[in-house]
Design a protein around this ligand. Sequence first.
Ligand code: NDP
Length: 458
Amino acid sequence: MVLATINPATGVREDEFEAHDAAEIERRVEQAAQAHLELRVTGFEDRARWTRRAAELLEGDAEDTARMITVEMGKPIAQSRAEVYKCAKTLRFYADHAAEFLADEHLANPSAVNASQAFARYHPIGVVLAVMPWNYPLWQVVRFAAPGLMAGNACLLKHASNVPRSAIYLDTLFERAGFPAGALNTLLIGARDVEAVIADRRVAAVTLTGSEPAGRSVAAAAGRSIKKTVLELGGSDPFIVMPSADLEAAAETAVRARVANNGQSCIAGKRFIVHTDVHDDFLRLFVKHMADLTVGDPLDEATDVGPLATRGGRDELAELVDDAVAKGATVLVGGFTPDRPGWFYQPTVVTGLTSEMRLVGEEAFGPVASVYRAQDRQDAVRIANQTTFGLSSAVWSNDRDEQDWFVSALDAGAVFLNGMTVSYPELPFGGIKDSGFGRELAAVGIREFCNLKTVWRA
Ligand code: NDP
């Protein structure tokens, strides 16, 4: 099997890598297991020093790495650069805070359990397998690896098959920074080889970011082996606009929320639910800004929206729009594949959606926005909560009571008020329903893959 870097802006095959064979997989799993044994007896200070060094190396490589990302999956170069710096920031965040997040938790009154002292201590869980997607080829991995390595775990990375250069770059980064060899070890394997790695007794846990079918498959395999999982799956996030909102700011932000990363983000605003009193005004502004976007070569600094990462992804998106149109939806802008090489899709706004259209229930992974009219806030929440997903959400309202009402009523892992969903190392990140379970980032993210060991002293 061959893993290839194919430039989505041109369709040109830039690079090819042989997948690892059984012997190489075995060597790498064992190396990760040994790296964990070394890491678990190091202290936070050593790990923090290496993690900060990894941040410096990333920043030093920023221009080449940003180009690598853009050529491999097509996001505009400025956004690739921002991804690299966000990774460096997150590495430093965990270098600074891991010891505090994983400090012993003492029972205030140990006599209640007949002890002189009782506490819980966070130990690393072991080797964690990370099955990762292509949409943020560095960030998705660092989001998991920074807390994982700082906790003392080793990481096996099975990256998406279309980003092998990124996978190989990450394979050496942490060793260059001082971590034991194999502390983050890339497996160049396809999806079908994942189950055997999950079943390996040296692998303690699994995390997956990707689609719902991949999540179901990995969680089932982990369940059979009784291994902890964190799943970060898709989303079809609502972006709600109420009459008290600043409409111009909401419309500008809505466009960014929809098209960042060429629209291929799990936390993108995908369904725009607008109160009937401001629906037409918002829609006019939103359509204008979507129409003004520059679609083009993602290596060009002036480009707002580049190609979709894969031909399959582009075709799937086009099918969703075509299905809606065939069933009576209206396309206000876009709705077509530009006539040029590569896997582009024009930024699109669709209205007039009805429940039999696939776009209503499925995730549109690309620059396609669906706009809904809501009669009141109950109706807005009904539309927002009608999908099987529950990742994040955004609400635009300047009424504080109304904001609080939405925070309670929305089925989502996060609510962003008068803004768009962004992941920050400081904030817990994750979803409910078919968007997955478990949390990444913040203190909770580093604790997910720890063995919380209870210690009782007579
Ligand atoms: P996938 O979920 O198929 O890929 C994500 C990762 O999972 C890849 O490493 C992939 O490996 C692996 N994988 C896929 N199927 C399995 C399996 N059965 N067992 C083990 N590992 C598996 O995403 P796609 O690239 O196909 O994108 C399809 C859709 O997924 C998108 O349209 C979007 O809806 C969603 N998605 C969501 C993301 C998010 O951020 N939450 C990110 C990417 C996609 P391989 O590449 O070798 O197939």
